[in-house]
Write a protein that binds this ligand. Structure first.
Ligand SMILES: [Zn+2]
Length: 148
């Protein structure tokens, strides 16, 4: 099953801005791409979770997360893609593999290198997808994400 997730140029740029601004070139940050269940391919908003972070990782706030799941449920929305930054190269670390915000087959995880301080785009970015057996594997950004 290949779903191509579509995100507007504006939301994509907003995500980069968020990752840069919060991370300040020194800390990781996460952005969540959310869309309605009625249109699983469309991203309609970007959410910046409440989190703590260091140069080597980030941790979501538990109370925020509980509230967020309730809010999504009531709105009929779901998280389509988790996006986060790395200090250097983008890849999926053991921690990234072990602690996705959501563990459903087909879920996408985008990693942006250098705290998102580079050009806004997919240069040197890394995309992983969760398969039916709960394993992550790298997939083509071109095949799974489209900026519209
Ligand atoms: Zn942040």
């Amino acid at each position: 099953m290949t779903v191509t997730v579509k995100i507007s140029r504006q939301l994509f740029a907003q995500s980069f801005e968020q990752l840069r601004c919060c991370g300040a070139g020194r800390r990781e940050c996460q952005a969540l791409w959310v869309g309605p269940w009625s249109d699983p391919e469309l991203i309609t908003r970007m959410v910046h979770p409440t989190h703590s972070a260091s140069a080597g990782g980030f941790q979501l706030d538990g109370a925020w997360l509980t509230h967020f799941w309730t809010e999504l449920g009531e709105a009929g929305e779901g998280v389509r893609v988790q996006v986060h930054t790395h200090p250097g190269a983008a890849y999926h670390s053991a921690t990234d593999d072990a602690f996705p915000i959501l563990a459903v087959p087909g879920f996408l995880s985008l990693v942006i290198p250098r705290f998102a301080t580079g050009d806004i785009g997919f240069d040197a970015a890394f995309l992983a997808q969760l398969d039916d057996a709960g394993r992550w594997s790298e997939v083509s950004i071109h095949d799974h994400l489209e900026i519209i």
